[in-house]
Design a protein around this ligand. Structure first.
Ligand code: AMP
Length: 281
């Protein structure tokens, strides 16, 4: 595995890379969720590039940029073990040198859901992902459905800006008890981790109503999830919303593909999760 830190080195590597290239962008503190993306890329592409960069532009000043975990050595050995060809540990001064002034935005998809409490987040994500994609020039890039709004927004950006890259969505990897894996889970206390399970209980309760009782009414499904989540103390609910899987516009009655998404804080840690309703899983 080749390890690099700058975009210039990535470009050089890319010029000599043979065959198809799969790309997995991450912020590190790698877990099974990330690894499932790398494995998928490995299966589908001749070469695999993974990046690890905690992108300051997607954190607001009051957010957890400083305490985001950065286990550089552990991440490097995981990527090595998983057969990554090029590992790019990005540096802020290389991504955003003095004078950097551009922002990429996808406003229609960035306003709702997480965008309501994180109004600058998705422009930060779109900006860094476009830069990453330009450097790696992958044939395919792999994104987890865990960050559903992010995946939808990146797919839109790639389509709108005519990039010849396939955006591949990958299933959410969960702990055995259902908790969606996240780099931020390390900040949860033992009790907090138990409390955090309420999110998954809420989503599955709504899904059960949808599957078993044929309930298609958004208000009723959202209420089912909300009740279940609020039954747990210490969960600060931010939103529960049922949205169209492509436009992210709230739906009233499920007719096509929809996603029930949730965000909440437990122990001061912001958690997100979602579940698909309909065919687009
Ligand atoms: P992050 O390091 O949190 O920015 O995530 C990097 C990529 O891994 C994103 O595409 C995430 O959606 C994906 N990812 C993170 N957690 C999971 C998970 N539990 N299951 C599947 N994909 C995930």
């Amino acid at each position: 595995m080749i390890v690099v830190e700058t975009g210039t080195e990535v470009r050089e590597w890319r010029r000599s890379a043979q065959g198809t290239v799969g790309f997995v962008p991450t912020m590190g503190a790698l877990h099974e969720g990330h690894r499932s993306l790398v494995r998928r890329a490995r299966e589908e592409c001749d070469r695999v590039v993974a990046s690890v960069f905690v992108n300051p532009k997607q954190f607001a000043p009051n957010e957890d940029l400083d305490r985001y975990p950065r286990p550089r050595e552990a991440d490097e050995s995981i990527l090595r073990e998983d057969g990554v060809d090029l590992a790019w540990f990005g540096r802020t001064d290389d991504f955003y040198p003095q004078g950097f002034a551009t922002e990429v935005a996808v406003p229609l998809l960035a306003r709702g859901l997480c965008g309501r409490t994180r109004p600058t987040h998705f422009a930060g994500v779109a900006t860094v992902v476009l830069k990453l994609l330009h450097r790696v020039e992958p044939n395919r890039a792999y994104f987890g459905r865990k960050d559903f709004q992010q995946f939808v927004l990146i797919r839109r950006m790639v389509e709108d800006l005519d990039l010849d890259i396939e955006i591949v969505p990958c299933p959410i990897v969960r702990e055995r008890d259902g908790l969606a894996m996240s780099s931020r889970n390390v900040h949860l206390s033992e009790r907090g981790r138990q409390r955090a399970l309420a999110l998954w209980r809420g989503l599955t309760a709504a899904k059960h109503r949808f599957d078993e009782e044929g309930d298609r009414d958004a208000t009723s499904l959202v209420l089912t999830a909300t009740r279940e989540i609020l039954a747990e103390t210490g969960v600060e609910l931010e939103y529960v919303e049922l949205v169209d899987a492509r436009s992210l516009v709230p739906v009233e009655v499920i007719e096509g593909d929809a996603v029930l998404a949730v965000a909440a804080r437990v122990d001061g840690v912001r958690l997100i999760d979602n579940i698909a309703f309909g065919a687009d899983r």
